[in-house]
Design a protein around this ligand. Structure first.
Ligand code: 5GP
Ligand code: MN
Ligand code: MN
Length: 325
């Protein structure tokens, strides 16, 4: 990530007035933090910015400034804009139907995934912990933008969520230095962590109990996985959103290198979350199933039954693991 690229993007921002900001489906703290931080920053420059995502938003991020201004994509919607920012998307397809709004518009791609193919007309890519780290670097170079509590909260949320509260190996000295600066704007980190990591609905705790009861481990003890079926959601009165974060449990089992969560989104649609601890690159597995991500956190969607998705992914992991061990 170079200052030259940052300056090119700043020039584009200065020359244009109306921006569309979008990001990936299955929204998380990093993409929602990036989208809202950039929107607030552009507004400080007197620009107009509309935020559109093709999904519903998880309720746990309702503390983010202006999150209620993010519009859910609707077919045939009309949006007037000059340039589009795509944030935190390793793959252009992850913006889903927002693609229909873009036609031949210029795309600025800002992302931290190692497998990002530079799909934008302008690409600000960096091997950093969170996309909000890149948004921070971009807006720090624009004199007229004054960091404030709201923008700092949005950027901090991306750092906190994508590093698992600064515990994952993607955390660097720079991540901490940025966080130290953000804290001078009175970001309420205790509240962010409580809302994101430490608040569960009754139904989601029930779901967690049932899911953990059925935790599976392979013979080697290195692969563990859990499943959330539509039947289980009905039985516990929970929703798919309640399954967020459950993938950390199979990974946390002592001796396990790879943890997997299978979520039955609907009949024959299974969302797979993959995590690893030390040496196994789960993005390689995700790529084999048309997905992507980082080496220690990746995902994909498989159009098949839960049991077939489970068989296919677990056997692929076991095969790859036997080659690295
Ligand atoms: P999660 O398992 O939390 O949904 O995603 C973990 C990581 O993998 C995130 O960085 C996310 O962007 C990426 N990821 C998840 N699903 C997909 C997918 O279907 N395609 C791609 N390219 N990346 C994904
Ligand atoms: Mn993300
Ligand atoms: Mn991210």
């Amino acid at each position: 990530m170079s200052l030259k690229k940052i300056n090119e993007i700043i020039n584009l921002i200065r020359k244009n007035n109306k921006f569309l900001i979008t990001s990936h489906v299955s929204p998380d703290g990093d993409n929602l933090g990036s989208v809202t931080a950039l929107k607030l920053a552009l507004e400080q420059m007197g620009k107009k910015a509309v935020m559109i995502i093709d999904d519903t938003l998880p309720s746990s991020f309702s503390f983010l400034p202006d999150i209620d201004k993010i519009i859910s994509y609707e077919s045939d919607m009309e949006v007037d804009f000059d340039l589009c920012f795509i944030l935190d998307c390793s793959d252009f397809k992850r913006i889903a139907r927002v693609e229909e709004l873009l036609a031949d518009k210029t795309i600025i791609n800002i992302d931290h995934h190692g497998d990002n193919p530079s799909f934008g007309d302008y690409n600000l890519l960096g091997d950093v912990a969170a996309t909000t780290e890149l948004v921070y670097q971009l807006i720090s170079e624009i004199e007229e933008i004054k960091m404030d509590k709201e923008i700092a909260t949005a950027i901090a949320t991306g750092l906190i969520t994508d590093t698992g509260s600064f515990r994952y190996s993607n955390t660097t000295a720079q991540t901490h230095q940025i966080m130290a600066d953000l804290l001078t704007y009175n970001v309420n980190t205790a509240k962010i962590c409580k809302e994101v990591f430490d608040t569960y609905s009754y139904a989601s705790l029930k779901l967690k109990g049932k899911v953990l009861e059925n935790l599976k481990v392979d013979d080697s003890g290195k692969v563990a996985w859990i499943k959330v079926s539509q039947d289980l959601l009905k039985a516990t009165g929970s929703t798919l959103e309640d399954a967020d974060g459950l993938v950390d449990y199979p990974r946390s089992l002592a001796g396990v290198e790879v943890g997997v969560l299978f979520k039955e989104v609907e009949d024959s649609t299974v969302k797979v979350s993959l995590r690893s601890n030390y040496y196994f690159s789960v993005d390689k597995i995700a790529h084999q199933f048309g997905g992507g991500g980082h080496s220690k956190a990746a995902g994909c969607t498989i159009n098949d039954t839960l049991i077939k998705a489970e068989d296919a992914v677990i056997s692929t992991i076991k095969k790859e693991l036997s080659q690295v061990n």
